[in-house]
Structures are given as structure tokens and as C-alpha cells.
Ligand binder design. Structure first.
Ligand SMILES: C[S@@+](CC[C@H](N)C(=O)[O-])C[C@H]1O[C@@H](n2cnc3c(N)ncnc32)[C@H](O)[C@@H]1O
Ligand SMILES: [Zn+2]
Length: 363
């Protein structure tokens, strides 16, 4: 039996590689190695975790999404002694979903493309952007909400972020292939299984348009605003008071949606009447996050976000990507930042903060 831990927290690993974790109120640091073992739920015998806010350096453990008290884990099931809820595993991934699942097609070809495209996104955009938000900071705690195929979780973990991802759709079927699959949890963004003020940053890439819609369509339901507000409130709740929220999706004001409604066989982009509420504008996001409790908002550069990896395989695609890349470079210039939320820019990336303003220099 190997055992490690500091003060009131400990992780024990048995001969057969089983893990037992004990953490108590006011738990001191559990080092990254122990945290890694602790999250490798393949081997968990039992976890007792009784702490309210974790220390700065402790691992991120989910709590009960219903009552936010600690969960008891064993290899068969996950239980909340407090409210009586019980959860299960799906393909070894803890399923903490409360409410509906996102009913998208289980489309292997789409998911494989998204693995490539998210690799580009993580390397060229997310990692440099997040490093800029936390200069010199060790292992900022990050949540990727609606992380889809989850490639960002592997790459950001390796880039030094303490990241977990959640999703409630079928792209999660690829998660067992992720190297850091133990950082992934099935959960609904409207009911997050994390304590208040857990993260330095919560972000989501193109999730809001897919909330408050009929199935996986671009038709909104009557209460779509309230459905989207639930996610905005949850993101605001789980970030630290000085933490950040980053969101991105196609800009409702741009007359064409280049990112939805296309299949590889159907290369014509979808027309987007700017009054169609499926997409969001910068103003929509600002109103939503202000109501959720964020006082500060700003648009971000978008250069590097999209690699158009599939499109650029053909000369036609390269010709289509060229003007979009040019607009992205243009609006990413700090002097032209005022154009980022306007009709000329197809893709929005925005940053929010509960308090503290933005001391980010020219960006
Ligand atoms: C367009 S995909 C984007 C995936 C990934 N963020 C990316 O950038 O490639 C939208 C994702 O949001 C997820 N999603 C939709 N509603 C959700 C909800 N209520 N909670 C969590 N995830 C949700 C879907 O399952 C899907 O994986
Ligand atoms: Zn509970």
C-alpha cells in the first residue's frame, strides 16, 4: 500500500492500483500526482471528500449537481448521502447529468473532424489566450463547458492548466480515447457539479446557440432566453470572484452562418437573418452575463480561432477561407477592435469578469 497526502488529505494506492482518497474539511494540498491518481476513476475503490472550498492547489472534484455536497464514489456507482441522489458511469465516465441530454447525432466523421479542428483551436488560440490571462500563474483551474470531443482537455492539461470538461451530448462517446479522460464528466451546463468559486476560468465554444433549441436544430423554443440564462448563471457561480468567463460562437449580426447547417457534401453556408435568435450577438451576451452578475465585458481578437482544416483541403475551400481569415486578422488588430461585434465579423469571442476590470494591455 502506497500512501501520500499532506495534513488532512490523503490518497492511498493499493497493490492492485486501487485508489482510496480521504479529504477532510480544510484539506491541505493534494499534489498533482495524487490528484491525477485520484481522478483516475478506473481504479477508485472509494473516495471520501468532505471539504467545502478546495485549497488553491487541490484537485478539482465534482460535487453533487443537485445539492452541491460531497459525493461518495465507488467503482459501480456514485452517491450523494445528503440528498439521496445516485449517479452511474457510462463507458467509465461519471454521468452526473441532471435534466436533459443534448440529442445530437452520434456522427463519427463529424467528431473525427472536430478532433483535428479542436487541436488547432487549442494550440493556436486557447492556450496563448489563457496564458495571457494568467501570466506566471501555476496551474490555473479551468472548466471547458460543452467541451464536445474533449481534445482541448488533453492539450490544455499538457500545457499546464488544471482543466476539467463537461458535456451532455454524444460527442462524449469519443472521450474514452482521450489521454486525460479522467478529467471529463457527463454533466448539464445548467446544473454544474462544482462548488461555487472553483475556477479561475470557465469557457465554452459555440455552446449557447445550442441551448434552448428544439433537439439539435436551429429553431429556438419559447423560453430559450431563460434556458441560456441558466448556463450563464452557472458559469458565473463557479468562477472565483476575480475569475474569467470566455464564450465564443458565430455572430448573430453577420448575414451568413459559416459554422452551422453545412455538411461536407453541402458546401453552401446557411443564410442568417440577423433577427433569428438561434445565434447570439455581442449585445445578447453582454445582457445575459450582466444579468448573471458579471460587471465587465469585452470582445476578444479572433485571429487563429479557426484553422478551417477541412475547407483548406480543396482550392475552392481555400478561396472561401481567405476572405474570412482576412476579416479575422483585421478585427483582431487592437485599433479596429470596435468592429469585432459588428456586421463585418462572422465569429465572436468575448470575455467576462464578475469584478476587477481588464488589465490586459492592447488586445
Ligand atoms: C457545437 S458543439 C461545440 C463543442 C466544443 N466546445 C467545440 O468548440 O468544438 C456544442 C456542444 O455543446 C454541448 N451542449 C449543448 N447543450 C449543453 C448543455 N446544456 N450542457 C452541456 N453541454 C451542452 C453539445 O453536446 C456539444 O458538444
Ligand atoms: Zn445531493
Amino acid at each position: 500500500m502506497w500512501s501520500a497526502g499532506a495534513g488532512k488529505a490523503s490518497v492511498e494506492v493499493g497493490e492492485a492500483g486501487q485508489v482510496q482518497i480521504h479529504a477532510f474539511p480544510g484539506a491541505e494540498e493534494v499534489g498533482p500526482k495524487q490528484a491525477e491518481k485520484a481522478r483516475d476513476l478506473r481504479n477508485v475503490v472509494s473516495v471520501r471528500y468532505h471539504s467545502s472550498p478546495m485549497t488553491e492547489t487541490g484537485p478539482i472534484f465534482p460535487v453533487c449537481p443537485l445539492c452541491r455536497k460531497h459525493l461518495e464514489w465507488n467503482s459501480e456507482s456514485i452517491a450523494c448521502r445528503h440528498c439521496g441522489a445516485s449517479f452511474s458511469y457510462e463507458n467509465r465516465i461519471p454521468n452526473l447529468i441532471v435534466g436533459e441530454r443534448f440529442d445530437d447525432d452520434d456522427d463519427r466523421a463529424r467528431s473525427e473532424y472536430e478532433v483535428l479542428s479542436n487541436e488547432h483551436l487549442s494550440r493556436e488560440y486557447l492556450i496563448p489566450t489563457f496564458r495571457r490571462l494568467f501570466p506566471g500563474r501555476e496551474r490555473p483551474k479551468v472548466l471547458s463547458l460543452g467541451c464536445g470531443v474533449g481534445t482541448d482537455i488533453d492539450l490544455l492539461t499538457e500545457a499546464g492548466f488544471d482543466i476539467v470538461g463537461i458535456d451532455c451530448g454524444n460527442r462524449s462517446r469519443l472521450w474514452p480515447e482521450r489521454k486525460h479522460w479522467s478529467h471529463l464528466f457527463l454533466a448539464n451546463g445548467k446544473c454544474l457539479p462544482f462548488e461555487d468559486q472553483t475556477f479561475d476560468l470557465a469557457y465554452c465554444g459555440c455552446v449557447f446557440p445550442h441551448v434552448g433549441v428544439e433537439g439539435d436544430s436551429n429553431r429556438v423554443v419559447p423560453n430559450y432566453r431563460e434556458e441560456r440564462m441558466k448556463i450563464a448563471r452557472e458559469m458565473t457561480r463557479v468562477i472565483k470572484p476575480q475569475g474569467y468567463i470566455m464564450v465564443s460562437s458565430p455572430n448573430r449580426k453577420f448575414p451568413v452562418d459559416l459554422f452551422h447547417g453545412r455538411s461536407p457534401e453541402q458546401p453552401i453556408p446557411r443564410l442568417n437573418p440577423p433577427w433569428n435568435p438561434f445565434l447570439l450577438s455581442a449585445g445578447d451576451y453582454e445582457r445575459m452575463f450582466s444579468e448573471a452578475g458579471c460587471q465587465n465585458a469585452r470582445t476578444l481578437p479572433v485571429k487563429g480561432y479557426w484553422g478551417f482544416v477541412r475547407m483548406k483541403q480543396s482550392w475552392k475551400g481555400r478561396m472561401m477561407a481567405f476572405p474570412i481569415d482576412t476579416v479575422f486578422s483585421m478585427v483582431s488588430n487592437p485599433g479596429l477592435g470596435f468592429l469585432r461585434g459588428s456586421i463585418v465579423n462572422p465569429w465572436l469571442a468575448m470575455l467576462f469578469r464578475r469584478s476587477g476590470g481588464f488589465q490586459l494591455g492592447s488586445w
